[in-house]
Design a protein. Structure first.
Length: 409
């Protein structure tokens, strides 16, 4: 990485790769396949002896440019892009874990990640859930079959912050793969590489793309993990520098064989969106902090969950690690206030799922995205029936506060 700032680097990353006609960003390449005049060259590309493009399920120039941009953002070694964030998580773990392996996961998880991990058991990979705000809980869940630890930076919807540095040290000591889902902090606010992460997940659908107009996901190799000591890498992928082995296996066993490929149009949307990640995050964090403080001081709200508030249990950790506290903030409403009535009164804030959009969004989590997991698991995750989650956008701060004020009635 050069010494230029985050946004300057991103804006000029594509064209420095040398784009045809002097194009200032990577064009959308829609061709599914690539022809070769020399059949020997085709064979060399297929065998990985020459760089080049083969078939669109495996690789595409527009997608490659986005992968390079994600790698730059995360200060990583290489990245693989996927059709969605869930595909990034599912495919990465499928490619790296085997029957009989065990993994430890934070119990504070994105709902579909939780659902995915709950179905790993029947496929032969056991998962233990632990309170990731405490490294001791994670350590206790590790056994002799453990290969990997999975955490999120800030968990949605209750905004718990994982004990990221301590878990990083624990994984390094025990030789475990450390996977960090950086979706809620984004590489602008936090680089998991700095706390020893082996692999970083980003749902590009959220803040990186930022406009709710394209789905995508990515995994980035940080270069920290010694893959030569990992028994699940196939001999075929043990070529060259070991820091490239896992990502190679994820691309071949995952993207190529599973086919959760990111399309070039989506890659283009996500790439253009990512140019303004820094600007949007600054504004989103400022809005969310102002709203959290305002709500916290308002007696009509029972409780506010936001890592930027001094009363948040991991406030000190979040202040030390993150360049901002993110855009997710949740509230518990006091019993007489019905969360549905409150949501229906919001005029500016949109009642919907998704997060990381430029627009502010709200959802009654227990009744929607966390409904399927049932009341017991919801209780474990600290999700009350009255909990409302907001993904704060880039609207004008005064307008957001006015909207909350009138909706609280
Ligand atoms: C949304 C999200 C995902 C999944 O991403 P999709 O692109 O919707 O598949 C994974 N992790 C976190 C933390 C998310 O917020």
């Amino acid at each position: 990485m050069s010494q230029r700032g985050f946004t300057s680097q991103l804006l000029h990353a594509d064209r420095r790769g040398g784009i045809e006609h002097g194009s200032i960003h990577k064009p959308v390449h829609t061709a599914v396949t690539y022809g070769y005049d020399d059949a020997r060259e085709l064979a060399a590309v297929f065998q990985g002896r020459s760089p080049g493009y083969t078939y669109g399920r495996q690789v595409n120039p527009t997608v490659t440019a986005l992968q390079d941009k994600i790698t730059l953002m995360e200060d990583g070694v290489a990245s693989a892009a996927f059709a969605t964030g869930m595909a990034a998580i599912g495919t990465t773990l499928f490619a790296l874990l085997r029957n009989g392996d065990h993994m430890v996961s934070s119990s504070f998880l994105f709902g579909n990640t939780n659902s995915l991990f709950n179905s790993f058991d029947v496929h032969g990979v056991s998962v233990s859930f632990a309170d990731a705000t405490s490294v001791d809980d994670i350590a206790e869940a590790i056994n002799e079959s453990t290969k990997l630890v999975f955490v999120e930076t800030i968990a949605n919807p209750r905004t718990q912050v994982s004990d990221l540095e301590a878990i990083g040290r624990l994984c390094a000591e025990r030789g475990l793969i450390y996977v960090v889902d950086n979706t809620l902090t984004t590489p602008y606010l936090f680089r998991p590489k700095s706390v020893g992460a082996s692999l970083v997940i980003n749902s590009l659908t959220k803040y990186v793309g930022g406009h709710a107009n394209a789905l995508g996901g990515a995994v980035t190799e940080t270069g920290h993990y010694a893959w030569e000591s990992f028994s699940n890498i196939y001999d075929d992928y043990k070529k060259g520098d070991p820091s490239g082995w896992a990502i190679q296996q994820i691309k071949k066993k995952g993207i190529r064989d599973f086919g959760a490929t990111l399309g070039p149009e989506a890659a283009h949307h996500l790439s253009i969106g990512s140019d303004t990640l820094g600007l949007r995050m600054d504004r989103i964090c400022a809005n969310a902090l102002a709203l959290a403080k305002w709500l916290d001081a308002d007696p009509r709200v029972q409780r506010v969950y936001y890592p930027g508030l001094p009363g948040h249990p991991e406030h000190a950790l979040a202040s030390r690690l993150f360049g901002g506290f993110g855009g997710i903030l949740s509230i518990d409403l006091p019993p007489p206030l019905d969360c549905f009535d409150f949501l229906n009164r919001l005029e500016l804030v949109i009642c919907t799922s998704n997060l990381g959009d430029t627009r502010s969004l709200a959802i009654p989590v227990a009744h929607s995205i966390y409904f399927e997991m049932g009341p017991e698991r919801r209780a474990e995750m600290g999700i009350d029936d009255s909990l409302v989650r907001f993904s704060i956008g880039i609207e004008d701060e005064a307008d957001l506060i006015a909207d909350f004020d009138q909706a609280l009635g």
